[in-house]
Design a protein around this ligand. Structure first.
Ligand code: AMP
Ligand code: FES
Ligand code: ZN
Ligand code: ZN
Length: 310
């Protein structure tokens, strides 16, 4: 028996077993932005008066969150970082082409800020990773460092801007799994749908898609007609978050809703104060001597040190 949309009883195209909810195309395209709005309100992420900067990679999640926020009437510019990952599959180049296509097709008036890391700092990610010992087999760690620094810098420099990323529930649950498995206490304390701008030099960071499954975001992009870069970054093939995602999906397969309960339970525990550190144990941060962003290092932050390494 084919599934029917809960709202109109036409044939359903999406079945979310974790919510026991099936919807037709039109109702799904209505439901997902409405749920995003609920998440934005529940976690007091931002209002229609705020200036928003969406970090767009050209993937389904970041293009979709930009689309949803513009549909919901928020003031949201885009920001993309070009890391020059163009060996083999020309990943950065493809990503940029999809972002430009999205703007052309849906929002020709939208503003996109682009940071070309090589043009700005003199080297693309593969070169930096090759010369940085720590990165030897893990360019992703250096990539994450560059992205965090540059996203924060732009959002902060543009003034009172909220930085939005496209992290979905699968991303958050797999990071949570890793953080718990290795008892990364500082990371657990900082893992949140909202990070406040609680120090000079830091922008507010939020994740409005954190309650949607990856699969449901892929369905949204597909039904909405958003074309996106499908390939994974060539460096991420063995990344532990991908392995964690596979494990969680196996559990989800056996028991639908497992992933959602795991992450939602964490958020509830956070709200009840389980993941906080006493003030005395918080790592002291001071402004980096070069860029001014808060850092626990003495002198230069890890990002600024990258460029001194020759
Ligand atoms: P990832 O770490 O690749 O799973 O990406 C998580 C989120 O970070 C994406 O949904 C985007 O919001 C953002 N992001 C990732 N890569 C870039 C990029 N090159 N430029 C701008 N934002 C990015
Ligand atoms: Fe950063 Fe792949 S996207 S290493
Ligand atoms: Zn319907
Ligand atoms: Zn610095």
């Amino acid at each position: 028996m084919s599934l029917k949309c809960r709202k109109c009883h036409q044939p359903a195209v999406v079945n979310m077993r974790q919510h026991k909810l099936a919807l037709c195309e039109a109702h799904y395209l209505e439901w997902l932005p409405a749920q995003t709005q609920r998440t934005i309100e529940k976690y007091h992420m931002f209002t229609r008066e705020d200036k928003i900067l969406v970090a767009v990679s050209g993937g389904k999640d970041s293009l979709s969150v930009w689309d949803i926020l513009l549909q919901l009437g928020y003031h949201a510019d885009g920001l993309t970082l070009q890391l020059g990952i163009d060996e083999g599959i020309r990943y950065s180049e493809q990503s940029h082409a999809y972002i430009e296509k999205f703007i052309r097709d849906f929002y020709p008036q939208a503003v996109l800020h682009t940071v070309d890391v090589k043009a700005a700092y003199g080297a693309a990610l593969p070169e930096i990773a090759a010369r940085d010992d720590r990165a030897g087999e893990r360019p992703c760690a250096v990539c994450g460092l560059i992205k965090r620094h540059e996203m924060n810098r732009l959002a902060y420099e543009l003034g009172d801007t909220v930085l939005v990323t496209g992290h979905n529930l699968d991303d958050e649950a797999s990071v949570l799994w890793g953080n718990l498995f290795h008892w990364q206490i500082e990371a657990l304390v900082r893992q949140s749908p909202v990070l406040p701008a609680d120090r000079p030099g830091l922008a507010r960071k939020v994740k409005p898609l954190c309650r949607f499954y990856e699969r449901d975001m892929a369905a949204y992009a597909l039904l909405r007609g958003i074309e996106y870069v499908y390939d994974e970054c060539p460096f991420s093939v063995n990344a532990s978050t991908l392995r964690n995602k596979l494990t969680l999906n196996e559990m989800e397969q056996e028991q639908p809703g497992t992933k959602m309960q795991f992450y939602a339970g964490f958020l509830t525990a956070r709200e009840r104060g389980l993941f906080t550190l006493p003030e005395a144990e918080q790592v002291p941060l001071a402004p980096c001597a070069r860029c001014g962003q808060p850092t626990s290092a003495h002198g230069l932050c890890a990002f600024c040190k990258l460029w001194d390494h020759r």
